[in-house]
Design a binder for this molecule. Structure first.
Ligand SMILES: Nc1ncnc2c1ncn2[C@@H]1O[C@H](COP(=O)(O)OP(=O)(O)OP(=O)(O)O)[C@@H](O)[C@H]1O
Length: 294
């Protein structure tokens, strides 16, 4: 499988926060979703890939090329959509298009006009008069009109209504149909990933928790539900996170086999949603950091 992006033991430290060492591979032709709580390090990872900030250590390759030595060529081949899009407020759609198109050798005016029509974006309207959803659609149209092979989007669906989100997800699914393009997008909205992502990468507090295909996740994680009397100190260790009520417990394990050996048919086993994986992992981590019994 062709590797479009490889991060190898990449790290970056800010006061009070350290990303990595992070290793991650993006495979050609797939949609890779990138999840993590606020402040987990998603934007930092994306900025490192875009060479907007420098890593303290580690190696980043895009299209098999060193991302700093070959920045110009690489940027031609990337479509980048940034969360707080830096579109100039006083410019019109048409003016921002003219500026953006001048950066790319492979700018495709027909493709851009196609997106304007598809998204009903008025060419003469000023950016500041566009709604949040329209601004995001414009950012996407600008990023997709130079035949990019890798599309990197930082929170493209956050703050958008379900209809606009659906339109954007539908477009992503269309884009990878020919197997030539790769999408990497960060989000908090786990249901978006459940719909369209092939691979899911989850980071927490600057560390990689997992990078798996959507199909692999149920083999790796399981929700277990049962009576609290079944729990003892050893069995508690099977869980990444555990919630107990007077009526029973519910927990997330990353050792489904161990859980089955321990509880057999005395409990219920369920496939977790991505949201459950996120919430249990993050809460479980906070509890162990505080020294609470897990
Ligand atoms: N330029 C900077 N200087 C200092 N600290 C920074 C800088 N940029 C990011 N950080 C810190 O790094 C951490 C990770 O931030 P980052 O923006 O990568 O998280 P995120 O996962 O994208 O979060 P969100 O979902 O809220 O956008 C945060 O604690 C943030 O305060």
């Amino acid at each position: 499988m062709e590797e479009v992006a490889v991060l190898d033991q990449v790290s970056k430290a800010y006061p009070g926060f350290r990303l990595g060492p992070l290793s991650l591979t993006l495979r050609k032709g797939y949609i890779h979703g990138f999840i993590g709580a606020n402040g987990a390090g998603k934007t930092t990872t994306i900025k490192l890939m875009m060479n907007l900030i420098r890593p303290d250590a580690g190696r980043i390759q895009l299209f098999g090329l060193d991302h700093r030595a070959n920045e110009r060529e690489i940027k031609e081949r990337i479509g980048f959509v940034y969360a707080d899009n830096h579109l100039y407020d006083d410019l019109t759609v048409d003016q921002i298009k003219r500026i953006t198109s001048s950066f790319y050798r492979r700018w495709d005016e027909e493709a851009f006009q196609g997106y304007l029509n598809r998204f009903s974006l008025p060419p003469r309207k000023k950016i500041k008069h566009l709604s949040r959803g329209m601004k995001m659609k414009l950012a996407i149209a600008l990023a997709l009109s130079h035949h990019a092979e890798l599309i990197i989007m930082d929170e493209p669906t956050s703050g958008l209504d379900p209809v606009v989100r659906h339109e954007i997800l539908e477009l992503m699914a269309e884009l990878i149909q020919d197997g030539e393009k790769t999408i990497f997008f960060s989000t908090h909205i786990t249901s978006d990933l459940e719909q369209i992502a092939d691979y899911i990468t989850f980071i927490h507090d600057g560390r990689l928790c997992f990078s798996l295909t959507k199909e692999e996740i149920p083999d790796r994680f399981q929700v277990v539900k049962g009576g609290t009397e079944l729990l003892d100190a050893d069995k508690r260790k099977l869980f990444l996170g555990l919630r107990e009520t007077p009526y029973g417990f519910e927990g997330l394990t990353d050792d489904p086999e161990g859980a089955r050996a321990a509880f057999r048919d005395k409990v219920l086993y369920e496939a977790p949603s991505l949201e459950e994986i996120m919430v249990y992992t993050i809460k479980g981590d906070a509890r162990s950091a505080r020294g609470d019994v897990r």
